[in-house]
Structures are given as structure tokens and as C-alpha cells.
Design a protein around this ligand. Sequence first.
Ligand code: PHE
Length: 346
Amino acid sequence: MLETLEGELARGRAAFEAAATLQELEDAQVSVLGRKAPFSQLQRGLGSLDESQRREVGARVNAVRTELTASLDTRRATLQEAVEATLLQEDRIDMTLPGRRPRAGSLHPLTLVEREVIEVFTRLGFRVAEGPEIEDDWHNFQALNIPTDHPARTMKDSLFVAIPGHPELLLRTETSAVQIRTMQSQPPPVYVIAPGRVYRRETADATHLAVFHQVEGLVVDEGITFADLKGTLEAMAKELFGERRRVRLGPAYFPFVEPGAEVGVSCFKCDGVGCRVCGNGWIELLGAGMVHPQVLENCGYDPERYTGFAFGVGIERIALLRYAIPDIRMLVDGDVRFLEQFGTAS
Ligand code: PHE
């Protein structure tokens, strides 16, 4: 019996040591110390021994059980520690790392300029009007005093849209079509600005894109004069380019205004002296004029009673000047290194 005991002690230690997982250790425990294990059978056999043998073998049985249990506990502690270490490693979060801030985008320079222009004019009491980007010939041309055979049509390289059943649809060449839609939709007085996208058949270069943006302005009321136009444009120039700016108006032809004007703003860089930005001290910024009586009449307004002015300014042009952007194509390249220079969206 003593021999069996020593054998079981050695076998048990080896089995516990060999267990690579807690499950294996549990199996080893059953095989070494379980009810059917040789050790337990031997323990049950103690009763058949005489007293002195029973004392000797019994003492050894107790000692072996203590040793086996100790060996089992040690192994179990080791395996448990390994399990926990693995779990910790898998769940590892380094609380000392700085957090990952979500990247905030920035507003596109065209959006910034458009918002600013809208803000200037809403403060002056204008409201924002909108029109479709696909226009019909009447709104884009005829109502604006550009009849079918008018040579002014060749001033605009239009992009026509072929939709069956809709002759003469085109991508609007200027926001001026919104003048017509606004007057058709309401009686005077009118004080609106209409920002939006316009399209022309252009080859992109440093100063041209086929898709660009304008803000149209339209005022129609009793007693509106050229002085109101000039005062309004001057207010806009000062708001956008600084308090010291002046405007100058030179003659220009747009079929839907009479008289028509090309509007220059004194250079914000050199204050009108002449520099690399402006050349001669003035920056030609927009077209404008007094609404042609024919246009008022086309929209059902009485030209004897009402007069008005209109202007159209390019958003890209303002953005290029304002931010000293050397090439208009940078506005549509989508290069984040360029775009993120314009501040964070708020
Ligand atoms: N629509 C003209 C253009 O695109 C600008 C303009 C608007 C001129 C209103 C006069 C009046 O060039």
C-alpha cells in the first residue's frame, strides 16, 4: 500500500504539472483524487488493516493528500494567473493615451463668401430668393430682354439640356433669371438677393470655371434711382472689402438693364494707388444697372410707376480677391490642405 501511495504521489504531481489548462487540471484532479482513483480506493481499504499498520499507512495517506492538494493548488493558481493575464492583455486600454478628437471640417471659402454677402444684404432689408438651375429660354433670355435672334445670346456660351418634350431648356447662364421668377411671384416692392450656381461652356483656366456662383440683387419700388444703386453697391463694397472702399461705375451693356454699368471697387490692397492685385487701383467686380422697362413689363409690373436696379456679382471672384487665391481651380480641387486653411466650421 505504501508503494502504491508513493506511486500515486509521483503520478499526481506529474499530472498536475502537465496540465496546460484549468480543464486539464480538473481532469487530472478527478483521475488522482477522485472517488474512483487508486488513492481513494486505498484510503477506503485502511479499515481492513490492523491498528499499527493503519496508523502508519494512515499517517502517510494524510501526508500524501496534503502534498497532492498543495501541488494541485499551486498549479491551479499558476494557470488561473495565466488566464487572467491573457484576459487583461486582450482588454488592454491605455488610459494615459490622449483621446482621439473627431476631425472638425471647415466651411468652403465659397460658402463663407456667400454667407457673408447674404448677411450684408439681409441686414439692409433684402430677402433671399431662389430659382432653378435648369431654366427655360424665356426666363433665361426672352424675359430678360434677349429675344431669340438677339446678338447678346452669343455673349453667353450656354449649355442646353436635351429633355424630350421640353424644348429650349438650359443650365442658367446667370442668376438674372431669378429676377424674372421673383417679379412673377409677387407684386412690388421687391428687395431680394439670389445666390446660386450658374453654368457656361467655358474651358477651365486660372480665372474661369464652367460652373460658378453669383449673387443677383434686385430692387423694384417707387422712386428707385441710380443713386440708390450706387449707394447700395458702395455699402456692399465697404462691408466686404473695408470701410475705405469707394466704387466707380462705367458704362456697360446688359440687355436687361438701362443704363448698364460695370462696377469697380477701389483696391483693398493699395487703396486705389495701383498694385499687383489691381493693376490700376480699381478692381472690376460686378455688372449692374437700372432694370429695363421692358423687363418690368414682361413681368407685369407698370414701368411708369416702378423703377428698379439689379446687379450680379461673382462669388468666386470675391473669394479669390479676399483670400488671395492664385487660381480659381483650387476652389474645386478638393485638396484638404487648401480647404482647411479657412477655419473651423461653427
Ligand atoms: N448677369 C450679369 C452677368 O452675369 C450681371 C448683371 C446682373 C448685370 C444684373 C446687370 C444686372 O454678367
